[in-house]
Design a protein around this ligand. Sequence first.
Ligand SMILES: Cc1ncc(COP(=O)(O)O)c(C=O)c1O
Length: 291
Amino acid sequence: MSTVFLNGEYMPKAEATISPDDRGFLLGDGLYEVTPFYEGVPFGLEGHAQRLMRGLCWLRIDFDTSGLEAMHRELIARNGLESAERSMVYMQITRGAAPRTHYFPEGQVTPTVYAYTKEWSRPSDDAWNRGFTARTVPDRRWSRVDIKTVCLLPNALAFQAAKDAGADDAILVRDGVAIEGAHQNFWGVFGSTVVTHPTTGHILPGITRAIVLEEARAAGMTVEERPIQIEELALADELFFTGTTGEVRPIREVDGRVVGEGCAGEITRQLSDLFLARVEQAKAAVRMGAS
Ligand SMILES: Cc1ncc(COP(=O)(O)O)c(C=O)c1O
């Protein structure tokens, strides 16, 4: 039985109960974050915390985030995941429970904070090298998806449409632009230029995306943050996704059409290696600090 965190307490998951008046349940009035841990070491924690604080500010949810890092570590420890190769903490903060109104509750309402942890794994090397398939699906989300709200219905429907079509993932298309995946950022490689959508209200500013951008630039690659038109997908030498539990994930086929060589491309591979090396650095820095 896993131990979860709810409103300041650790408890068996079966004992965690949330009010039916919770505005997260009734209105999707809340945010979430997923922070990865590698052998118990949090990765990109600062980026995740900053994105959360920005979201809280935008939603005008008054919440002190100072204890969250300790809570994440405690949850990993209580679930015995300190040596798990890959694990993550899912955390959700809603405005709290109050009689249902579309406007904010008038009195003081305490936000609901829920978190759980679980292991996840990277695909086998064979599967990764083969690459994954994607299907283009209309992007029906609102225009502030840069805020990581729990309102994921359009993402879920898009992902399901891709699955129904036999693909591994979705690429969301808005106004002729391949924006991002249903739960990952999207990238193209054209010649030796690496391209990804700029950070606007139409993409989630992924923490993995930011790290991969830094690594690409540090390696001297040419990087462009610009929209990728759907017509360009047929011209791309490589396509890939990035995300917390996807890391760097090659795409071999879109809508049944082969991408590049039809397997993980060279630049995708390099960026994946750089990303994984960055994870190793983070682990080593913690070990050095501890010794
Ligand atoms: C729509 C969307 N884009 C991109 C990402 C990737 O963000 P990150 O790298 O911070 O996991 C996510 C992650 O949940 C997402 O839901």
